[in-house]
Design a protein around this ligand. Structure first.
Ligand code: GLP
Length: 236
């Protein structure tokens, strides 16, 4: 894992967007793994600008998002589907059928998770996975635990994640308790990974620098990925 300290959030976002655009320009039918949250927002803004200026074409790109809250519909402004539409998809020329986000309203969650894995497999796996990181080291919604969980499944959110994410809801009570998340093995199977983190993530990035791999810090598994770069922005 390569940890690169970047001077500020804008620079980090430009660098991440540049890597993603280069990937798409090299392989127009790239399969992207995408993340939500404030960390990748700047990256998405840059990609939109590049797409609108004709510098990157999304017409053949296929995407798989990391996760979705259980119980929220696509129309719910707090759902990750809504987030992705508002902050990336509706502004670029990606065909709707190429977008994959777990269905948080699926009647049979296990079936939905199995199917999601199958769809990723059918697409021949993820070429480039973009990640954020939670304050507790979660990636996607893979929360600290005694073991690493391999595949896409329903997860119970930790209290610290509910606290961290309540800013998007009216109150902590409104934050869903469960989510569907790609597993650690799903994420690790991506051929290339970039993780973006703002200055508020200093503590958890410092933890990653210790190079200890433990399921109590799920992102620490990335030390074992052959092509993973972490961008940490020192300032806003
Ligand atoms: C959520 C998402 C993660 C994301 C994390 C950090 O919990 N499931 O994929 O990385 O939040 O979000 P932020 O970038 O807003 O700090």
């Amino acid at each position: 894992m390569n940890i690169i300290t970047v001077k500020d959030y804008d620079t980090m976002s430009k660098m991440a967007a540049g890597i993603i655009a280069a990937q798409i320009n090299t392989k127009p039918d790239t399969v992207l793994g995408l993340a939500t949250g404030s960390s990748p927002l700047g990256t998405y803004r840059n990609l939109i600008e590049m797409n609108q200026n004709g510098l990157v074409d999304f017409s053949k790109v296929v995407t798989f998002n990391l996760d979705e809250y259980c119980g929220l519909s696509r129309e719910n402004p707090q759902s990750y589907y809504y987030f992705m539409m508002e902050n990336l998809f509706k502004h670029v020329n990606i065909p709707k059928e190429n977008i994959h986000i777990p269905n948080g309203l699926a009647k049979d969650t296990d079936e939905e998770c199995k199917n999601y894995e199958l769809q990723i497999k059918k697409a021949n796996g993820v070429d480039l996975q973009l990640l954020g990181i939670g304050f507790n080291g979660h990636i996607g919604f893979n929360e600290p635990d005694d073991v690493f969980h391999n595949f896409t499944r329903r997860v119970k959110l930790t209290q610290s994640t509910i606290e961290a994410n309540k800013r998007f809801f009216e109150s902590a009570d409104d934050v869903p308790r469960y989510a569907i998340s790609m597993g650690i093995k799903t994420i690790m199977s991506a051929r290339k990974i970039i993780l973006v983190a703002g200055p508020e993530k200093r503590e958890i990035i410092d933890k990653l620098r210790e190079e200890v791999c433990t399921p109590q810090v799920p992102a620490s598994i990335l030390h074992y990925h052959p092509d993973c770069t972490v961008f940490w922005a020192e300032k806003e």
